[in-house]
Ligand binder design. Structure first.
Ligand code: PLP
Length: 363
């Protein structure tokens, strides 16, 4: 499997964005003002202290291969989720799990069905491999249209249906009973891939992991890149019945490096304290931004992740550029929502800078 990075995707970040806003943002940074990076749904808090400590200690053991560390992580994640041994697969970010799922479950004649808009990795990799994808618009409440997805999966003989909950870029949620319905109404040879990259920010939505325990054809992808603040350390995982895990495992080629696996393991063992703190902090900042936007007369999609999709009621591309010129990197355009702006929740200071830039851009 070829490594297709987000920045490497043809069309993922349009040339205008790379040559325009980013150049401007870099120029702003060069002028001494650090750029506010609220464009990629990262967590500015970075890795938990305990993970940093364990990773530092682990570096000295780097002469040894990573197999045992990866297995320890898979075992602990499986235990925490109540899954059986062999039902968790660690990957270099959840990207590696999404890639493996595309590799295994789609083909030139078995498309992937996705919402539109949603996270682009699956359809982009499918395209790179010459495999078709079918796009189904979100419902008016920005949930996945599960009935339409099931119908398209049947007609087009799809091998995979990808559903992101909460969805990126909208931040919206699909109710768990709708996801369950979808898992029960797909053709028997079609797999449902549920991407829960942002679920830890809104655990009240419930997880699709329960569907795996119920024996459904479901793969759940998760990541340490978001609430755990470990995006650059590349740790994610997939959960599924052993049959699917065994099919996907050979398609991983990066796997997790030993230090990151050990750091993630230390973090997970302390999730009871770390996750509620991080969730509460982000939720407070996100609430403040939403209330502020509301006061300014701007609407937004009800957010469930660490980002907000703002209805700016005008073309987003020049607005992205205007923010960049003020040293604030906001989300890229997400067609077909050309009049919406995605903003990641950063630090309090970063959100102050965002509000200041917003006031100028929309004055
Ligand atoms: N899934 C979703 C919905 C995302 O937004 C992202 C990254 O932004 C990923 C997966 C990939 O993340 P990673 O490979 O870092 O786990």
């Amino acid at each position: 499997m070829a490594l297709v990075t987000r920045r490497g995707f043809a069309g993922f970040w349009p040339a205008a964005v790379i040559g325009g806003e980013f150049a401007l943002a870099r120029a702003a940074r060069g002028a001494g003002e650090p750029m506010v990076a609220i464009d990629s749904n990262e967590n500015p808090d970075g890795p938990p202290e305990i993970a940093l400590k364990v990773m530092r200690e682990s570096l000295a053991l780097g002469g040894r291969y990573h197999g045992e560390a990866t297995e320890d992580l898979e075992t602990e994640l499986g235990r925490a989720l109540g899954l059986k041994p062999g039902e968790v697969l660690a990957g270099a970010g959840s990207s590696e799990i999404l890639h493996a799922a595309i590799d295994v479950f789609t083909s030139a004649t078995r498309p992937v069905v996705v919402s539109n808009p949603t996270y682009e990795a699956c359809p982009e990799l499918a395209r790179a491999l010459g495999r078709p994808s079918e796009k189904v618009p979100l419902t008016p409440t920005y949930a996945a249209d599960v009935e339409k997805m099931a119908a398209v999966a049947r007609v087009k003989k799809a091998g995979l249906v990808y559903l992101c909950n909460p969805n990126n870029p909208t931040g919206s949620a699909t109710p768990q009973d709708r996801i369950k319905w979808l898992s029960e109404n797909l053709p028997a040879d079609c797999v449902l891939l549920v991407d829960e990259a942002y679920l830890d920010f809104s655990p009240q939505l419930g997880s699709a992991v329960g569907l795996i325990k119920a024996g459904r054809n479901v793969v759940v992808a998760r990541t340490f890149s978001k609430i755990w603040g470990m995006a650059g350390l590349r740790v994610g995982y997939g959960c599924a019945r052993t049959e699917y895990i065994n099919k996907m495992a050979p398609f991983r080629d990066m796997v997790v490096n030993m230090a990151s696996a050990r750091g993630a393991l230390a973090a997970v063992k302390n999730s009871g304290t770390i996750l509620p703190q991080r969730r509460a902090k982000m939720t407070k900042l996100r609430g403040d931004v939403c209330a502020w936007l509301h006061g300014k007369g701007f609407d937004y999609i009800e957010p469930y992740g660490n980002f907000v999709m703002i209805k700016i009621k005008k073309p987003v591309r020049p607005v992205i550029q205007a923010f960049a010129s003020k040293g604030v990197a906001v989300g890229r355009p997400f067609p077909p929502y050309e009049d919406m702006l995605r903003v990641t929740i950063g630090t309090e200071h970063e959100m102050d800078r965002f509000r200041a830039a917003f006031t100028q851009v929309f004055s």
